[in-house]
Each structure stands twice: as C-alpha cells, then as structure tokens.
Write a protein that binds this ligand. Structure first.
Ligand code: ATP
Length: 346
C-alpha cells in the first residue's frame, strides 16, 4: 500500500537535546491524523521535518511513496505540502487577496480564483481588499488555510492553528476547516496539545511524549484503552485504583468489576473514566461519602470517598454526573461501575 506519508526511524536533535527519537508513522491518503502531546514534546519539530523546513539526523520520510528525506532530499517548495502555522503567518502589509494569491502560480492569480478560494473557507470576497489586521483571529486563520489550499497540496499540515482563538470561535473555525479539508479530500495532519480537539478532529490520534510516539489509534481506542497510565491521564480524567486481576475481573475499592482482556493479571492498577462510575438512585452498590462537588454547568464532577474496612486507606474516586439531582458534600451515596476497566502492571 502506498501511504500519503510514511515516516521511519526519525531522529532529530538540537545540540545535545534529542527532540525526536525513532519516530515511525504512516498516514493513509484522505485521512485526518492528530498528533497530540504536551508542550515541548517535539510535535512542531516533526511537522517541520515533514514539510521540509529542516533535515532529520536519521530516518526517512516518504510522501506518496516518494522518499523526500533520508536517502534523498526534496526541498520544501518541491513537496506537495501545505502548512498553516499557529498564528497563520499572514503577510501583514498585503491584502487578504494578495496573501491568498501568493499560494497561486502567477497566471492563476485572478480575482475569481481568489474569490473561489475565500469561498471555500466561508469568507465573502469583499474581504479580499482588507488587510489581515482588519479581520478576526478566526478569519485570519481561514485566510491562512485558503493560501495553503491555493497550492493544491496532497498533504496539509496544521500546527496548532486554532490555539490562539477563544473557545466558541475555536470550535466553529475547527468545524469549517475540517469540512473544507474533507470535501477537498486532502490528507491532513493536525498538531495540538488539546485533547478534545484531537479526539473530535481526527480519524486517528498519535500520542506523543518526550519525542516518541507512545500510541497510535482511533480516538475511541486512545480514550478507552490508553497504552499506559500516564497516557490515560493525559487524554482525559482518569480514576486509577490498586487492584487484583484474575480471569477478566478485578477486585478493587469499587468491588469486583469487569476488565478488558489485555493479558495483565495478578496485582495491578485499573483505570476507569469518571462517566463509567454511576451514583445509584437507590443507594445500591459500593457506599461512600461525597467530599467535593465541582459544578460545570452541563455536568458535575463529584469527589467521593469510598467506605473501606478499618485499617485500609480510603480511596477517592471522581464521578461525572449529568443534570441529575444535585448532591452536596457529606451526602451518602451508592455507586456502581459501568462497562470495563483497563488493567495495567502495578
Ligand atoms: P509546543 O506545543 O510548545 O509548540 P512542541 O511539542 O511543538 O511544543 P517543539 O517545538 O517541537 O515542541 O520543540 C521540542 C523541543 O525542541 C523543545 O524543547 C524546543 O525548545 C526544542 N527546539 C525546537 N526547535 C529548536 C531549534 N531550532 N533549536 C534548538 N532547540 C529547538
């Protein structure tokens, strides 16, 4: 199979600091991949190598089956790759039209072509004569995307393009951008440190940690079966408890609960998402006391201290609760587990 992007054994250091270590990644044509990781883990460095702005120390990069780095070198302008940076990087003194036109071959730089590209990103052609500073942040990012689309790239690289936008604008701009790229059938890689953004935007998520790819999978796999506890905690809220695992069941402070079969047995830790823990209406299940309540509008996060036999340290679990009767610190509750927990080595 020919992949839109195939990266193998990629290493990159700056001075003594190893920033990427043995990174391997394949991306199918037409798909959307998010590279998710904390600040400084090497996401931008990886994207810059794919774009051709930097050379790797070791390893190969192939675009559409053609090697462009390692055993050959194709400069950035000869790769069919678009790049949208965090701040859009528009030319501040040029009009929106000139910015978009910059991505086009000279002959194709017509008013109607520019209007067509602006329309693709849901911007009216009246904006063509404005300067970037006369546009909102979300509009500027869409101009940056239009400029990148003008080159008709096979691969689009988005480096935290929404991170400077406020929450509402961010979700809206993200939807427009996802829609444009899907319609155009362009293979897309999005770099982000925002978990919901990665899970909602991409078909596949690659979790990056200290210069390595820790796990690659669908958003559902990444969320429900993280490779290890740090990844679980990075992707979302996690309840982690000591446990003993045998034949598909775990004994832990939440009782005898089901675990996903993954080969882990004996002394272990189990991980659940807060929405897998439910407060029962009749007080049935494991009992405990509400110790804190975080009200978030559509949902509440409850901290519950579980009752344990004398001499056993009490465990505290977090429970996500939607629109139900409010609970307050001190309330006694019963809780039960929904679905399966994931077990890890202790
Ligand atoms: P962020 O989300 O904050 O942008 P990132 O995951 O994209 O982070 P990178 O920008 O790839 O991380 O940087 C990874 C590490 O490499 C950082 O420690 C950074 O300081 C270092 N680094 C990046 N570029 C250079 C450079 N040109 N020279 C020296 N060090 C660099």
């Amino acid at each position: 199979m020919t992949y839109a992007l195939e990266v193998e054994g990629l290493d990159k250091s700056f001075g003594a600091a190893a920033v990427l270590r043995d990174v391997a990644l394949t991306v199918e044509a037409g798909s959307t991949t998010a590279i998710l990781g904390p600040s400084g883990c090497g996401k931008t460095t990886l994207l810059r190598l794919v774009a051709g702005f930097d050379k790797p120390d070791a390893g190969t990069i192939a675009l559409g089956g053609r090697v462009v780095a390692g055993g050959g070198w194709t400069p950035a302008h000869r790769r069919s790759v678009g790049y949208v940076a965090q701040d859009g990087a528009l030319f501040p003194h040029a009009t929106v039209g000139a910015n978009v036109g910059f991505g086009l071959p000279r002959r194709a730089r017509t008013r109607s072509k520019i209007a067509e590209l602006l329309e693709m990103v849901s911007l009216d052609s009246v904006y063509a004569t404005r300067r970037p500073d006369q546009l909102s942040g979300g509009q500027q990012q869409r101009v940056a995307l239009a400029r990148a689309l003008a080159r008709e790239p096979e691969l689009m690289l988005l480096d935290e393009p929404f991170s400077a936008l406020d929450a509402g604008l961010r979700a809206n701009t993200r939807r427009i951008v996802a829609d444009v790229l899907a319609k155009a059938g362009i293979t897309t890689i999005l770099v982000t440190h925002d978990q919901p953004e990665a899970l909602s935007f991409a078909d596949r998520v690659a979790v990056m940690s200290s210069g390595r790819l820790a796990q690659i999978g669908t958003p559902r796999e990444i969320y429900s079966a993280p490779i290890d506890v740090p990844t679980a905690e990075f992707i979302g809220d996690a309840v982690v408890l000591g446990a003993h695992v045998e034949s598909g069941r775990a004994r832990c402070a939440l009782g005898n609960i089901a675990v996903t079969a993954n080969g882990v047995r004996g002394d272990a830790r189990v991980m659940l998402r807060p929405e897998q823990i439910e407060v029962t209406s009749d007080g049935a299940g494991v009992s405990g006391t509400v110790v804190d309540v975080e009200y978030l509008g559509s949902e509440m996060l409850l901290g519950i201290r579980l009752d344990t036999p004398d001499g056993v340290l009490p465990e505290r679990v977090t429970v996500r609760r939607f629109g139900a009767t409010p609970l307050a610190p001190g309330d006694r509750v019963g809780i039960r587990v929904l679905g399966e927990a994931v077990a890890y080595e202790p």
